[in-house]
Design a protein around this ligand. Sequence first.
Ligand code: 5GP
Ligand code: MN
Ligand code: MN
Length: 331
Amino acid sequence: DYAAQVQQVARALLDHSGPTVVLTHENPDGDALGSVLGLTRALRELGREVYAPMTLPRYLQFLPEEGELCAPLTEWPAGALAAVLDVDSNDHVRVGGAEIAAFGGPVVNIDHHGTNQRQADTLLVDPSQPATAQMMVDVLDALEVQWTEALATPLLLGLITDTGSFQFSSTTPQTLRTGARLLEYGARLNWLNEQRMQNSPTYYILLREVLNTLEFAQGGQVVLARVDDAMLERAGANWDEVDPYVGMLRNAEGALLAVLVKDYGDRVKFSLRSRGGLSAQNIAVALGGGGHVPAAGATVEAPYAEARARLDAAVAAELERLRSQPQDRRA
Ligand code: 5GP
Ligand code: MN
Ligand code: MN
């Protein structure tokens, strides 16, 4: 069960005397960064050697201290353990050019994706958890860390990121209790929000471009917008600034699904957000991706027109599944 898995993970981390490489998914979000910093800081407090190779989008760069994160590793340190956080599949994890599949050492995976592939030696995987950071609080308790603001602030960032600041249905009494504890340890809630919510002028200029592509499909049940390199260039913006748009689209009245299309030309990334019983995860999985029921994503290796046709088919299938379901099962 969950408590036993927490103990196993803590033991795997404590029993390992060599370096620990802490990894997360590409294009990390606040939960990924918060979980990485929480574990990295805790293990360093315990005297461990830790590598945390990570490249951050601009809106998260305010949080780490100088030197806490490192550039991608060109090789695995001798005798390393890999702690893979907020990641559902080893396919997503790279250290420099090296796939984790080529890593011979032990792997610990802490994650809450419904699509977790359970590939690690030691697993703490629970899709009912709202954030990896929530699980990391339990792991740090099991490591018997001395709680400080430096541990609490990044983990609170993880919680508020993945719960939409305690608004999503994944928020439980336990989530709020954990949030309250982190505040008691000194977590800087207002500072986090002040820092991460600042949008550059180009964010708004790009938003104007992106809203020009707005579509309401399936009788308004699907809202979709697209961004490509030409729009970024006209706005003077970069891909870092695009991620929050889908959260704004998901508030469209009557929409069950919001889609942000990142059109890279030869391939397309779909960011999907759903509600009302529709599963973004089902759609993402149909397209070869993954994630959570309300928030998922997939990359399709095809130009937009072809990728869009595949998306439309997956959306139609998921809408049909929802229609054929008994009314009282709908969230
Ligand atoms: P986002 O749309 O913010 O990139 O991702 C939403 C959720 O879906 C995140 O939990 C993320 O890990 C997951 N996700 C996004 N893209 C992919 C993908 O290509 N494959 C998998 N397995 N999960 C993804
Ligand atoms: Mn994440
Ligand atoms: Mn997460």
